[in-house]
Ligand binder design. Structure first.
Ligand code: F6P
Length: 479
């Protein structure tokens, strides 16, 4: 692996770059779509940073390499790891559990064993590339055991952890057979970041209930264990965001605006275009949205000549059974709505089972009069923030589930409870009929908020808290 050591190391299940192989078999790397790369890229370059993660394909062993000024340290996951650690424990145990058991979580000991083993390999790889006293930032629920494993191997490191998804209430979390190990794993970090105030509160409560440690928000007192000294851990919210400037610049470009006009035209210039953009995941409430829309068409409150719903559903975790079932259900519902209400010239739902580049997304946001975010539970929902960032014209209405982290900030969206189908229907009608003056007022307030709290603020805020926590713990240990 070479002897290079880095002062700032980020670790995430997936690397920030995707490996693409062209027709000739030649491979290259392109940034993966998430906002995390954009957020951390400048810091990584400045701080001599390395990024440890999986390359996205099984059984692929690659040497570390430099990509755009960042050291990429690929970690191999075998087919067995994928089935048990990733598809199993991460996405069929933790994912449904942390999203309020919308789907039933499965508990399998072999999955847990694999989770432990992959987390240990991540910790070993991070320890191997971290310079003395380096700062390490571990991302998300796939790697919750890494902070403790890393602290045991390298007590000199400053360790941060950020949970991108919700952290559930204790009544739900306590189902997990390995609940204490997860909490202990996370407490290896100096700072644990969450999306919402409620997530941080749920975590602190789990610490009190399971381990009996004293907590006084945001501080958790971890007592000494054997030779490990007593420590203070900070657990608090740092709501994540997007790179607002880049997104707005993209939306303002003449090419994207022309593309938005083309999309409207291709859809038959309906009075209203509604848009949903989601990974095809059962947490996103796509079925609830379709049900509300179908009923509005059925009741004649909406006419297919006047409105089109564009639903982008990007493929996700397709080997996990719950995701397969969801795809069948959604596609059956879309087919039924189109069959019942579509005409030769007007489709009720334009359903796209692909991911799209950012330019196309920006054009879709500009073309959409109404954006529907109906997640049943979502850590943040960056799509809501992207829509707002793209609307430099101050127009467009966001219908937003109150079960998303984004709803804490975007208070002038039309907030809905997605389980309340009548409420969703009324919100859709209100969005469609809203006078321009009200649309502008609401959108301006949201744009101000998104601008103030962009992704740089998120990463700077987290890393500042991490540096302070470490300085304070240094002062305490030298007392
Ligand atoms: O934000 C949650 C998350 O699971 C990320 O950790 C991940 O990169 C993204 O959603 C997409 O999921 P996956 O990596 O499983 O395709």
């Amino acid at each position: 692996m070479g002897d290079e050591r880095y002062d700032f190391v980020v670790a995430s299940n997936r690397l920030p770059v995707d490996r693409v192989v062209d027709d000739t078999g030649a491979s290259s790397w392109r940034p993966s779509p998430g906002g995390l790369v954009t957020a951390l890229e400048p810091i990584m370059r400045e701080a001599d940073g390395a990024w440890v993660g999986w390359v996205g394909q099984p059984d692929l062993e690659l040497e570390p390499f430099d990509w755009d000024g960042i050291r990429i340290v690929p970690l191999k996951l075998t087919e067995h790891d994928l089935e048990n650690y990733y598809e199993g424990f991460a996405n069929d145990t933790l994912w449904p559990l942390y999203h309020d058991v919308i789907a039933p979580p499965s508990y399998h000991r072999v999955w847990w064993d694999s989770y432990v083993s992959v987390n240990q390999r991540f910790a070993n790889a991070i320890a191997a590339v971290s310079a003395p006293d380096a700062t390490v930032w571990v991302q998300d629920y796939q790697l919750q055991l890494v902070p403790r494993m890393l602290r045991q191997a390298r007590p000199d490191l400053t360790i941060g952890f950020f949970n991108h998804i919700p952290f559930p209430a204790y009544g739900i979390f306590s189902q997990l057979p390995w609940r204490a190990q997860i909490i202990e794993g996370l407490l290896g970090a100096d700072v644990i970041g969450f999306q919402r105030v409620a997530d941080a509160g749920n975590f602190s409560r789990a610490v009190r209930r399971l381990l009996g440690y004293a907590t006084k928000s945001p501080v958790i007192e971890v007592p000494s264990h054997g030779r490990a000294p007593a420590r203070r851990v900070i657990a608090k919210p740092f709501p994540i965001s997007i790179d607002v400037d880049t997104f707005e610049r993209l939306a303002r470009s003449p090419e994207v605006q022309a593309r938005a006009a083309q999309i409207r035209h291709d859809l038959g210039d309906p009075k209203t275009i509604m848009l949903g953009v989601d990974r095809l995941d059962y947490t996103k409430g796509i079925g609830h949205r379709l049900k509300a829309y179908g009923e509005l068409l059925h009741e004649g409150r909406l006419k297919v000549e006047d409105v089109t719903l564009v639903q982008v559903a990007s493929p996700s975790r397709e080997r996990v059974e719950t995701y397969r079932q969801l795809r069948d259900e959604i596609e059956q519902t879309v087919g039924r709505i189109n069959g019942d209400y579509g005409t030769i010239s007007h489709q009720a739902v334009s359903y796209l089972h692909h991911g799209f580049p950012r330019e196309e997304m920006a054009a879709l946001y500009l073309a959409a009069d109404v954006m529907l975010v109906t997640a049943l539970r979502d850590g943040m929902n960056l799509v809501a923030k992207e829509y707002v960032a793209a609307r430099f014209d101050d127009d467009g209405v966001l219908v937003l589930s109150e079960f998303t982290g984004a709803s804490d900030e975007l208070r002038t969206a039309l907030l809905i409870n997605p389980h309340d189908i009548e409420g969703v229907k009324d919100a859709i009608m209100r969005a469609i009929e809203m006078p321009r003056a009200e649309r502008v007022k609401r959108m301006r307030a949201m744009r101000k908020r998104v601008r103030e709290n962009d992704v740089n603020r998120w990463s700077e805020g987290f890393l500042r808290t991490l540096a302070e926590a470490r300085r304070r713990s240094g002062e305490r240990s030298s007392d």
